[in-house]
Ligand binder design. Structure first.
Ligand code: H79
Length: 469
């Protein structure tokens, strides 16, 4: 009950709403409560302002934890002695593992060291404001108690605990928003979720393409499971992963399901075409991709630390904490969010390298967080020394490369400038400013007199206060 809390009204309403009223009958009259409405053709309608309202917390949050955890953590990128590079969550597809064999992994899945409190605490320490975890990846295995399919963590593993429930509670206790990743387009376990157009379906167990009936899969499994997630965990985000297998009608059906049951729940853009931003409240860029410039809508980088989402014991190309911090700054300077992924191990622990990255980033955010949270993208062109973020009348100048002679040049700023100081300087000692002919502003960084405590190897931040916004 505690978990349901503030959502209770919506859920109770929605249950009544979905069971008593057929979608076609619902009119604009109920739109206040449902935040949108379904017309007589069964189409979902809503306004941009509704989406903006829903997005408010998310735009401020900037930094979230993505978690890829499933049966694939057991092979961890290695199958029968054979290495599989990259995405370990794709091992079933890469090695064409028959359903019957892959299912056996469930019997071995017993992550006794899993501790939801520890994971949520780590996210908090890292300065992350939301968490999104895989509830079902492409392998079709539900990481929560599902009545829809026995292929789930309670019914099929010796573990018999529901990590999604435990994490949702641990996050909410700490004020961290909670989201469910759900792979709607692919399901290598279900014979009807074939996705032939992408060639990324399970063709080894189900080679007969005439059997494919995507509607059947959606009706039997995906939609009922999405409903379970919405009602049981009241997610703040439904993070759909897809590749455009579904038709417009099928996508709308999924969206309407979410809106009816959890009107405030955010939906990412990966319904329909992977590349476009046609559906949902905000845009998820391609895996590991960052926008090249400031975008006029909410966007997110679903990023890995090491070119795999699931735990891969062979992964070598780990990013450093410094690179991670700079990535976060780069993303914020373009108005986006960073959904940084971890791939926990099959025993329930988080790889030490990931923990270090998170802790170091958290330490930096403890000091410099106000230059990230609730900021907007840069109003000036990208400077060669680093990045810029902004909030009201303040610009945050993020220095990645120290400028020659300590002279930091801020290009193309038309506002009048008031003062500049190091963000980490408790005395806010003013730095000298110069501007000639209303052109670039030059700040004298005065490193000789600056305390070493206010300089940072990953990113030193200088605040520039402007006269007006
Ligand atoms: O969950 C993570 C990925 O598993 C998932 N999205 C993120 C968040 C994802 N699903 N599809 N894709 C990513 C794109 C497909 C990539 C592929 Fe490949 C390229 C499939 C086959 C070639 C990379 C290399 C994945 C498997 C082999």
């Amino acid at each position: 009950m505690k978990l349901v809390g503030r959502h209770l009204k919506n859920v109770l309403f929605s249950i009544a709403f979905t069971s008593l009223i057929s979608p076609a009958v619902v009119s604009a009259a109920t739109s206040e409560l449902a935040k949108g409405y379904i017309d007589s053709d069964g189409k979902w309608h809503e306004t941009e302002s509704l989406s903006k309202k829903r997005l408010k917390w998310w735009r401020k949050a900037k930094f979230g934890m993505f978690i890829h955890w499933g049966l694939y953590a057991i092979p961890a990128g290695q199958w029968k002695g054979d290495q599989a590079e990259g995405y370990s969550e794709w091992i079933m597809w890469k090695k064409r593992i028959p359903v019957e064999q892959y299912e056996k992994l469930a019997k071995k899945f017993n992550p006794v060291k899993f501790d939801a409190e520890k994971w949520a605490e780590l996210a908090k320490q890292a300065g992350m404001k939301y968490m999104v975890i895989t509830t079902k990846h492409h392998d079709g295995f539900a990481m929560y108690l599902s009545k829809v399919s026995k292929y789930n963590i309670i019914d099929a593993t010796p573990f018999k605990r529901d990590p999604i429930k435990e994490l949702a509670e641990a996050c909410r206790k700490r004020g961290i928003k909670f989201g469910c990743y759900y792979s709607a387009d692919r399901d290598w376990h279900h014979p009807d979720a074939f996705c032939p157009n992408q060639g990324e379906g399970n063709t080894w167990d189900y080679p007969d393409t005439t059997r494919e009936d995507f509607d059947k899969y959606l009706e039997q499994k995906a939609i009922p499971q999405v409903k379970e997630l919405l009602i049981r965990y009241c997610p703040d985000i439904m993070w759909f992963d897809g590749v455009g297998t579904k038709t417009g009608r099928q996508n709308k059906n999924i969206i309407a399901t979410v809106r009816r049951l959890q009107p405030d729940c955010l939906i990412n853009s990966r319904l329909g075409d992977w590349k476009s931003f046609k559906w949902g409240d905000y845009r998820s860029m391609d895996d590991d991709r960052v926008a090249d410039k400031l975008l006029p809508y909410g966007w997110e980088n679903p990023g890995t630390m090491n070119n795999t989402y699931g735990y891969n014991k062979n992964a070598t190309d780990w990013r450093t904490p410094k690179e991670t911090i700079r990535m976060l700054v780069d993303i914020a300077s373009k108005g986006g969010n960073y959904l940084l992924n971890i791939g926990p191990k099959a025993d329930g622990t988080i790889p030490a390298k990931a923990v270090r990255i998170l802790q170091e980033t958290g330490k930096w955010l403890d000091k410099y967080g106000q230059s990230i949270y609730d900021t907007e993208g840069s109003p000036i062109p990208r400077p060669d020394w680093g990045r810029c973020t902004a909030k009201n009348n303040r610009l945050f100048l993020h220095i990645f490369h120290w400028p020659q002679n300590d002279k930091l040049i801020v290009p193309k700023l038309t506002n009048r400038v008031k003062k500049a100081y190091y963000l980490a300087d408790p005395d806010r000692k003013k730095l000298n400013l110069q501007r000639k002919d209303n052109k670039n502003v030059t700040i004298d960084l005065d490193t000789i007199n600056a305390s070493p405590k206010i300089l940072n190897d990953s990113d030193t931040v200088v605040v520039l206060e402007l006269d007006s916004q």
